[in-house]
Design a protein around this ligand. Structure first.
Ligand code: GDP
Ligand code: MG
Length: 716
């Protein structure tokens, strides 16, 4: 028989770190809330019979957000054998709210008083024995990060699970509430013996509607219960739910008073000092821009760029093609197979793989920024900015995650409980350049702008601008109007990034990229090679007579207004739907990277003949902002749970991309000597339209969107 142990706790208290420590896996640990939105299972190191379950972070068991629903359903319906309640010791008061609820659901609980290293560093002490007595569970001090105590907690949890010991603390509420609860318990006792009565009684007292789905009460019972509740309510002059909430808080502050001793040293920590500058009202944004500029400059233009050049010139330019050629010659393969391998696979996949160093560098920089705590500040800074436009900083966390890959970014929107804000965030998340768009940026920057330092960072800021502009525009329409949800977030103290964690993070992301190159991209490349090598009559022909050329020429006029109506670029943009790396892979095949690649400049020369700087930039903008790849569209479909919304999303993104690219190209042309024409007029019309959409009055709020977060605010 296996034992199931669940890890439950507030967001960002160290659940995933503990999970990784216990199971030896390398799940994504992010230094901000909302990273784990799905539950993850793993086996305890050294005891395969024990299954550990990492749950999304929650503040309470009231199902307001999707994570709360996931966690609550698991804890209540699937019932683990025991729960490890992870509590951020440096933030204990807020964390205990959930603890008081966990103690009620009838599953044995052991508390891991985590971040004990921070507590100790602050000079505080917590009386764990007393704490455990008051809350009715054992308490073990842990530091998941440093690997202290994790094993002890797990051992305790196993013992609890085996003994089924279940102490329910029932001294939390005042006498009259306790009495009411036990009366309700008595009434529902008959309806099922499987229920955990106390939990259900409290939920009924709170008039939690979700509970009615799980318990069937006849009319008599209902009215009896109602009478008990209203009795109590009139005594307290408050509604059932607030009574319970208030009493929990009162109890918690009593617990804190008796168990936590803070050192009275007034200390301004280094973190606070840094934050005074980094989150300063005036300096915050310039600092952010500066840091992101450096990150992209470092990873694409300089260090990463040199490594990529070296790899391209020597490895994929000389070594691989020459050797493959040699092998093929010595075997004496057929011409078409030669072409498939060299002009197709080596050229296409090689073109993509060549960007691995740059990508790894970017992932490394982002992982460091994340782990040290800076990215959490960005969400905070962005909240201040977003709020002016009616957006919430909550929308920014998915976007931060989206810099790696849009799919987890889109999934991370689950932390947003307001449905409208959530949809809007899903729509804008993929505007941020994900890792897969990096090769496009690097290629264009290198080939057409001689590696100019501003090109790569500008792609990132175009993404941010697109998000802000779209946010403002969408938020004013009937579909999304409403007050921004409050955004409460703990700023974790800065810490020196863990080398292991950062490297794992970089490796995992780079690995995913390479795996994609070997599967999806490879397949796409083969298809592109096939279509570009054969005519409709299935004869091997020159590329200009190929099927792909005729398809490309058919779609190319769509992009004429954007300045790049050559068929290769059009085809490349379309293949971006398969995976964004495919844009570069397609260029690799269509421009014959492998045959000329021993001199980087020569490859780029071919690209230069198809683009001007302006049209290349318009191409870049379109490909950055248009519909994401199929994987991300799939994620949008899952998260929105609606085909219509998915279409809206893709349509909006592509339309927006088209308009911005058109504006940039047409207006830019005016500065490079083109005379004013129809295109310029259209561009100006679009600018006016955008300005109107940005500055018009917002639509009226038609239905008052309930704001479950208001309650959350009390909790935090
Ligand atoms: P989750 O949201 O609860 O899954 O939290 P994570 O496991 O993602 O951790 C959030 C942050 O807290 C990460 O930056 C961790 O490195 C850090 N962290 C986790 N446990 C500890 C600990 O015991 N001590 C310290 N100082 N930091 C920790
Ligand atoms: Mg987590």
């Amino acid at each position: 028989m296996s034992i199931k142990i669940a890890l439950a706790g507030n967001p960002n208290c160290g659940k995933t770190t503990m999970f990784n420590d216990l199971t030896g896996s390398s799940q994504y640990v992010g230094n901000w809330p909302g990273v784990t939105v799905e539950k993850k299972e793993g086996k305890l190191k050294g005891n395969k019979n024990v299954i550990i379950q990492d749950l999304p972070g929650i503040y309470s068991l009231s199902p307001y957000t999707l994570e709360e629903v996931v966690s609550r359903n698991y804890l209540i319906n699937e019932k683990p054998d025991s729960i490890i309640n992870i509590v951020d010791g440096s933030n204990i008061e807020r964390n205990l709210y959930l603890t008081t609820q966990l103690a009620e659901i009838g599953v044995p609980v052991v508390m891991a008083l985590n971040m004990i290293d921070i507590v100790r560093k602050n000079g505080d002490t917590i009386d764990t024995k007393k704490l455990g007595e008051m809350l009715g569970c054992e308490v073990v001090e842990t530091s998941a990060l440093k690997g202290i105590g994790s094993k002890d907690v797990a051992q305790k949890a196993i013992e609890l699970a085996q003994s089924k010991a279940n102490k329910i603390s029932n001294n939390i509420f005042s006498d009259s509430v306790e009495k009411a609860i036990s009366k309700i318990e008595n009434i529902i006792k008959e309806s099922s013996n499987d229920l955990n009565l106390r939990w259900f009684a409290i939920k009924l007292f709170e008039r939690d509607e979700k509970i009615n789905e799980q318990i069937s009460l006849d009319g008599n019972m209902k009215s009896e219960i109602e009478e008990i509740i209203s009795d109590c309510e009139s005594k307290f002059d408050d509604d059932g739910e607030s009574i319970i909430t208030n009493e929990r808080y009162e109890y918690i502050s009593k617990v804190i008073k008796q168990t936590v001793h803070t050192s009275n040293k007034v200390k301004v920590s280094v973190s606070d000092k840094v934050d005074r500058i980094v989150t300063n009202r005036i300096l915050a944004l310039p600092i952010f821009v500066g840091i992101m500029f450096l990150v992209y400059y470092f990873s694409i233009s300089t260090v990463g760029g040199w490594m990529t050049d070296w790899v391209n010139d020597n490895f994929f330019g000389d070594f691989v093609p020459n050797n493959v050629q040699w092998i093929l010659n010595s075997i004496g393969t057929a011409d078409w197979l030669n072409s498939l391998i060299l002009d197709g696979i080596v050229a296409g996949v090689g073109a993509v793989l060549g960007f691995v160093p740059q990508m790894a560098m970017l992932f490394l920089c982002l992982a460091i920024l994340e782990d040290c705590g800076y990215m959490a500040r960005i969400a905070f800074i962005m909240d201040r900015l977003f709020r002016r436009f009616g957006l919430s900083g909550k929308s920014f966390i998915p976007i931060l995650i989206g810099t790696g890959c849009g799919v987890p970014g889109i999934m991370a929107t689950r932390t947003i409980e307001n449905e409208r804000d959530r949809r809007m965030t899903v729509i804008v998340t993929t505007f941020i350049p994900c890792g897969a768009k990096l090769p496009i940026i690097a290629l264009i920057a290198g080939a057409l702008f001689k590696g100019a330092a501003w090109v790569a960072p500008s792609a990132y800021f175009i993404g941010i601008a697109a998000i802000i502009i779209s946010g403002i525009i969408l938020k004013k329409t009937k579909l999304f109007v409403g007050k921004p949800a409050p955004f409460v977030m703990e700023l974790p103290p800065y810490h020196v990034p863990g080398v292991k964690g950062v490297l794992i993070h970089m490796w995992e992301r780079s690995k995913a990229f390479m795996r994609k190159a070997g599967t999806v991209i490879l397949l796409a490349t083969v298809v592109i090679w096939f279509l570009s090598s054969f005519s409709w009559r299935m004869q091997m022909v020159d590329i200009e007579q190929s099927m792909l050329a005729s398809i490309g020429r058919f779609i190319a006029p769509i992009f004429t207004p954007l300045g790049w109506d050559n068929w290769r670029a059009s085809v490349a943009s379309i293949t971006g739907l398969v995976a964004k790396e495919s844009v570069v892979g397609t260029f690799g095949v269509l421009y014959g990277f492998s045959s000329v690649a021993d001199n980087g400049a020569e490859v780029w020369g071919r690209l230069q003949s198809s683009f001007t700087m302006l049209s290349a930039y318009s191409f870049l903008i379109f490909n950055l902002l248009c519909a994401p790849c199929f994987a991300a569209i799939g994620a949008v479909r899952t998260e929105m749970n609606s085909g219509k919304w998915t279409l809206f999303s893709v349509g909006y993104q592509t339309g927006f991309a088209y308009i911005i690219a058109l504006i940039v190209y047409e207006i830019g042309s005016l500065f490079t000597g083109k005379t004013f024409g129809v295109g310029s007029a259209v561009a100006i019309a679009f600018i006016l339209l955008l300005l109107y959409m940005i500055f018009r009055k917002p639509s009226k709020v038609d239905v008052e969107v309930t704001d479950p977060d208001m309650r959350r605010k009390e909790v935090v």
